[in-house]
Design a protein. Structure first.
Length: 160
């Protein structure tokens, strides 16, 4: 039942305890206890609204920053990741496989401010070898949600 509850709140964190209880075939007290346990065990780490910033303002910029780093002996990548995640404008930090080591998702008020953050704060951290910055230009889908408002493609299909 715990996995089903996790799946339901991942789908929609705004379900009420009553709605969850009906979907799980149990009572609200049981759901409330399960939710408390999931939060205490840090399985559920928080709740956040998904905002389409393009409809709110044009001063919200998101960038994916690739970091190539030199891992520190006995600490690996963890020590640098701990430093990076403490910056206010860092939304997420991931250890990656492939061509770079850490992926850092950053938000800011402008391309210039994010670029200056990368140049002055991220790239200067001890252990950072190089950075690569990729700015989000348009969101089509995020966290499973269609961010285009269901706009369909008006182009016609032609065959020869």
């Amino acid at each position: 039942m715990e996995n089903k509850l996790i799946s339901l709140i991942n789908q929609n964190a705004r379900y009420s305890l009553e709605e969850l209880a009906v979907m799980l075939g149990t009572d609200t007290e049981t759901v409330a206890k399960m939710m408390d346990q999931l939060e205490n065990k840090k399985i559920v780490c928080g709740y956040k609204a998904l905002i389409d910033w393009d409809k709110v303002d044009n001063t919200h910029v998101t960038a994916f920053i690739e970091l190539k780093v030199t891992p520190k002996r006995d600490f690996g990548f963890d020590e640098l990741a701990e430093k990076v995640k403490k910056f206010d404008n860092v939304e997420s930090v991931y250890l990656m496989s492939g061509g770079f080591d850490l992926c850092v998702i950053v938000t800011g008020q402008s391309l210039q401010k994010v670029a200056m953050f990368v140049a002055k704060q991220l790239s200067t951290l001890e252990g950072v070898v190089s950075t690569g910055t990729h700015f989000v230009l348009k969101r089509y889908k995020e966290l499973g949600f269609d961010m285009t408002g269901g706009i369909s493609d008006d182009r016609e299909t032609f065959s020869l």
